[in-house]
Design a protein. Structure first.
Length: 279
């Protein structure tokens, strides 16, 4: 890639002018171009953009999969959540966000809810990975748990959702943590501030989502600056012992085999990320 190309220069100009989150479909496509570089795969580039609106849901179909946008309205406020259907296992991680990894769903949500976006009148309600692959049944005939419980465990979504009682109740009645990453403690009164099981819940306040938007925009600006400066070294990030080199299609041509050069994620990355969006 030519670091001085007109296209990249134009992309950087758009990002620096703070218009990336408010350019509608064009901004959405630009974001996908950036994410193709961040996640190291042209397969993430959108080949098809189609929306199917049915009631309060819109579905976006991409080469890499499909995504659903749900809208909920309460007391005059609208909320949006984005769901990414995954055939394999995909775990949302706050620690990876510190380094700008796995930002796709957040970019989708912040783009369409930003100024000039298709749903600019909506508030972020969460992003979730939804398992959609076939189940390989590994249960014995005499196992005590019933099939419904087994299926619920397999299809439980993971991600991050808004810490709001009405919004969470709209996602799952009684907020028992069966389908979403939020579970009430038995001592919750059903009114006022949520009393959540911290081990089973992944929730952010509205203020934290706003700061997460700012962090996401900063990451995009930093990535564009690096690209424009020609900094495209093969310097993978290793998180929890896993290296992107293990599944990269270009390992034979990058010159970094067998992953001799890499960065290692901070063991306290999750705490640092939470501090950034909580200060």
């Amino acid at each position: 890639m030519d670091a001085n190309s007109t296209g990249l220069r134009g992309l950087l100009d758009v990002v620096k002018s703070n218009r990336l989150m408010s350019t509608g479909v064009i901004g959405f496509l630009l974001l996908m171009a950036v994410m193709a570089v961040i996640d190291g795969g042209i397969s993430m580039m959108p080949l098809i953009l189609a929306t199917c609106a049915v009631g309060t849901a819109a579905v976006f179909f991409w080469q890499a999969g499909s995504y659903r946008v749900d809208i909920y309205e309460s007391n005059g406020e609208k909320y949006i959540r984005v769901i990414d259907y995954k055939t394999g296992k995909k775990i949302f991680s706050m620690s990876s966000l510190l380094y700008g990894i796995n930002l796709q769903m957040l970019l989708y949500m912040f783009t369409i809810t930003g100024s000039g976006g298709a749903y600019s009148d909506c508030n972020p309600a969460g992003v979730l990975y939804m398992p959609s692959g076939e189940i390989v049944c590994g249960r014995d005939r005499d196992e005590s748990d019933n099939m419904e419980e087994y299926l619920n465990k397999h299809y439980k979504m993971n991600g991050v959702v808004l810490n709001d009682r009405a919004v969470l109740n709209a996602m799952e009645k009684d907020i028992q943590g069966i389908y979403i990453p939020a579970k009430l403690l038995k001592g919750d009164t059903g009114d006022g501030e949520l009393l959540l099981n911290k081990r089973s819940s992944s929730c952010l306040t509205s203020s934290q989502f706003k700061k997460l938007r700012q962090h996401t925009e900063k990451i995009i600006i930093d990535v564009c600056n690096e690209l424009y400066s020609g900094n495209i070294d093969a310097d993978p990030l290793v998180i929890s012992g896993g290296s992107p080199c293990d599944y990269c299609d270009y390992w034979s041509v990058c010159g970094n085999v067998p992953c001799e050069k890499y960065r290692e994620a901070d063991k306290n990355a999750e705490e640092k990320m939470l501090k950034i969006i909580s200060d």
